[in-house]
Write a protein that binds this ligand. Structure first.
Ligand code: SF4
Length: 230
């Protein structure tokens, strides 16, 4: 595992649970609004946290927190993710995985052993390569969505809303794609630096009133929709 950082305690990253957060280094997407360029752009990578230190840290957190969030970067590109997750589970922690959904074959294995998945749903399917600045194929995303919709593992889909990048038509198309989902989180874009694309610091979040209207539309097809301001 390439671990780029650890947060000892979070109340906001694992719904309803206290958690530590482990950040993996490396990502196959280049979302311009991404606020962890140090985990995404190789030239900006920081020093890796040695695995012995990661295990020691988790051992010290045992019985003090409910779970561990594995986020990134993109955790599913790590070769030994499954082994890492098993190690954490054996310590008695719940595990939440944050993913961009680009590796359904990994997600399929993960959902059999983890407790919660947060999958980023970035854009309408036909705009995915453009919005993630990657070579992702549509079917990889649809397979991951389908795994979550049909599976038994608790999950949420989440979308960061940049005013200049997404229209209501885009949003409606996205809601249709995940129609029937248990939970959809609308995340307000925060134009703070550093970002993967520094020019995005001049872009804008969508106004709260508009997000509320979009939320109400989404609620016609999705059971639970929440707005997240961080
Ligand atoms: S926001 Fe995009 S670029 Fe950043 S870690 Fe997630 S998938 Fe990768």
């Amino acid at each position: 595992m390439k671990i780029g950082g650890i947060d000892a305690f979070s109340l906001i990253d694992f719904p309803g649970k206290t958690a530590a957060v482990v950040f993996t280094q490396g990502c196959n997407f280049r979302c311009p609004y991404c606020y962890v360029p140090q985990l995404v752009i190789p030239e900006q990578y920081g020093t890796l946290v040695p695995m012995a230190k990661v295990w020691h840290f988790l051992e010290a957190r045992r019985a003090k927190i409910d779970g561990v969030v594995i986020t990134g970067g993109e955790p599913t590109i790590q070769e030994d993710l499954e082994e890492f997750v098993w190690g954490i589970k054996k310590m008695g922690f719940l595990v939440k995985l944050d993913t961009n959904g680009s590796h359904p074959e990994v997600l399929e294995k993960m959902i059999k052993i983890i407790d919660y998945v947060a999958m980023d749903f970035k854009a309408p399917l036909e705009k995915y390569t453009e919005s993630t600045r990657s070579t992702i194929e549509k079917k990889q995303i649809t397979q991951s969505i389908s795994l979550l919709l049909k599976g038994n593992t608790d999950y949420e889909f989440r979308t960061t809303l940049v005013s200049e990048d997404i229209t209501f038509e885009d949003f409606k198309s996205m809601v249709t794609t995940i129609s029937g989902a248990k939970k959809y989180v609308l995340q307000k874009f925060l134009p703070a630096s550093p970002l993967v694309d520094p020019s995005y610091s001049t872009k804008h979040p969508i106004d709260f009133d508009i997000i509320e209207k979009w939320k109400n539309y989404a609620l016609t097809k999705i059971k639970k929709v929440i707005i997240r301001n961080y």
